[in-house]
Ligand binder design. Structure first.
Ligand SMILES: Cc1cc2nc3c(=O)[nH]c(=O)nc-3n(C[C@H](O)[C@H](O)[C@H](O)COP(=O)(O)OP(=O)(O)OC[C@H]3O[C@@H](n4cnc5c(N)ncnc54)[C@H](O)[C@@H]3O)c2cc1C
Length: 499
């Protein structure tokens, strides 16, 4: 059987593209290498002291989810209802630095006011920063749902780093620290992140931060159900080994077991380095292909998972994330150390009926774990476990130091390393968001959705902005490349207009 569209990868980008195309009469087949769908949205369970708990991998909180905002509108267009719980409006992200704390409130006006209270001598720089963030968000056509927006072609947004911009404003070290403190949401240093990425990711968090009740499952399951309702298919344990072409057209894929599946269109919704392996040699010009194949990976993720004992007083602790950084310069997150305490981004999702869960994400070097790269999850030796325990202790030490209410109340259940992400999401070096969304991989240097072959496309977070919203936008983006971008943006706009 020939499918109209084969989509490789069942992360949010692949599923979103599949649903949009199914809504336009295609019969998409999504092929997923793993035995569960969702990519970074997949959840896992472990037995803790309070019974079996389900933990999230890559959905700790999601931005722009208030009605009418862009994430809400994309989910609505896809036809899924996602249960969001708003984070604390006065302090959705609590920044903890050696020099003191700062609460990031919801909404740019409130952020500006909070920054002015903290850095009273810099009102003009703060106003200029917030105005720039708003300008950039409005210039990104998908984020603004405006086909006329020209941000994608605005070289300044993709070729100016946040550091350059802040230096130009002459900000103080303290103001720089507060502005850069949430950089782990895209995992690039201030000197290397384009303004466009910082504005898109932080802006979405600032304007509409929500937990997802039920975690990643609460997004993946409705998306898969919707895909099937529209006549699309999802096949698990289907690792694609290569894309097949005939003349100047894509004609299907070959699975690693040798099975051939024919299709008129093929979309790779995977890590760009994986895409580079699956594509024909000449799908892109040599320079771009080489950039994709050697694209620098984000710093590795090391995440500690556990529960909080029921007798802990969590007033003022839940309903927000905690960014605990060991240095006033947030770039410390990109210089992980084996000696603690270690940086930690702490997330405490709504407890529901079960125990209060927590996750604490730190950073780790791939090189620390590389010697086990020929081994598989759950089959690694005592030395690997000892290294995990050491980094876990560093992160727990930081959490207990900076969040006193959790002192003595944390029950660690497990931890994931960069190898875990490699094994479960196919990220070659376990970088937290895959390829770094840096100046070297964005704008003119970015991966093109269209290849030299008709019907062959590449998408996924690594081709745009990391995060659930960013990856979902790339799914819509590739569908737009096929169906007509301006038409699709206008259609989404009209279909989800609240006025
Ligand atoms: C630790 C962590 C925390 C995060 N926290 C947040 C957060 O709080 N909020 C937020 O918005 N974002 C967060 N993210 C980021 C977000 O989850 C991702 O950016 C997003 O889900 C990526 O989606 P994607 O569609 O690009 O691809 P992925 O989710 O990476 O999916 C790609 C899929 O392709 C499959 N695949 C790969 N190769 C093949 C092949 N050859 N054949 C078939 N299938 C293949 C993989 O198995 C995988 O399922 C987090 C990520 C991580 C790792």
């Amino acid at each position: 059987m020939t499918h109209s569209t084969i989509i490789v990868g069942s992360g949010i980008s692949g599923l979103s593209a599949a649903i949009v195309l199914a809504k336009h009469g295609r019969t998409p087949l999504v092929l997923e290498a793993h035995n569960i769908p969702g990519g970074c949205m997949q959840m896992f369970q472990r037995r803790g002291p309070d019974g079996v708990c389900r933990f999230d991998t890559g959905v700790h909180y999601v931005g722009s989810l208030y009605p009418g905002q862009i994430m809400w509108r994309l989910f609505r267009y896809l036809g899924v209802s996602i249960p969001g719980v708003p984070l604390a409006r006065d302090c959705f992200d609590r920044i903890s630095l050696p020099s003191g704390e700062f609460c990031v409130p919801v909404g740019w006006d409130n952020v500006a006011a909070a920054l002015k209270r903290e850095c009273g001598n810099e009102p003009d720089a703060i106003d200029a920063y917030v105005a720039k963030m708003r300008h950039v968000e409005a210039a990104l056509s998908w984020h603004a749902l405006n086909p006329e927006a020209d941000g994608a072609y605005d070289r300044e947004l993709f070729e100016t780093s946040l550091e350059q911009f802040l230096s130009g404003l002459g900000v103080s070290p303290r103001l720089r620290s507060l502005i850069c403190a949430q950089s782990s949401l895209y995992a690039v240093r201030a000197a290397e992140v384009p303004l466009a990425i910082h504005a898109a990711v932080i802006g979405s968090a600032v304007e509409g931060p929500h937990y997802i009740e039920g975690g990643g499952d609460a997004i993946t399951k409705p998306l898969v159900a919707r895909l099937r309702e529209l006549g699309g298919e999802l096949r698990l344990r289907a690792p694609v080994a290569r894309v097949l072409v005939d003349g100047d057209r894509a004609v299907g894929v070959e699975l690693s077991g040798g099975e051939v599946i024919s299709g008129d269109e093929v979309i790779l919704a995977v890590h760009p380095r994986v895409a580079a392996r699956l594509l024909p040699e000449d799908a892109y010009r040599t320079a771009l292909r080489q950039r994709m194949a050697s694209a620098p990976e984000c710093v590795g993720a090391f995440v500690v998972y556990g529960t909080v004992s029921p007798d802990a007083d969590l007033t003022g602790v839940t309903g927000r994330n905690h960014y605990l950084l060991r240095d006033d310069d947030p770039d410390c997150f990109y210089e992980p150390q084996l000696d603690g305490p270690g940086d930690a981004i702490v997330n405490l999702p709504p407890a529901g009926n079960g125990p209060q869960l927590f996750s604490a994400m730190g950073s780790a070097r791939w090189e620390w774990f590389e010697r086990w790269s020929d081994t598989r999850t759950l089959k690694r030796d005592a030395e690997y476990k000892a290294l995990k325990d050491r980094i876990t202790a560093n992160i727990v030490a930081m959490v207990q130091q900076r969040i006193p209410a959790l002192r003595g109340h944390l029950n660690v259940v497990d931890a994931s390393t960069p190898l875990t992400l490699r094994d479960y999401a196919g990220y070659p070096q376990g970088g937290v968001y895959g390829v770094q969304p840096s100046l070297r991989a964005q704008g003119r240097n970015g991966v093109r959705r269209r290849t030299r072959y008709a019907g062959l496309y590449v998408t996924g977070a690594g081709t745009g902005t990391p995060g659930i919203l960013g990856a979902c936008v790339t799914g819509f983006g590739v569908a737009g490349t096929i169906l007509g971008t301006d038409e699709l943006i206008s259609e989404v706009r009209q279909a989800t207009d609240l006025s």
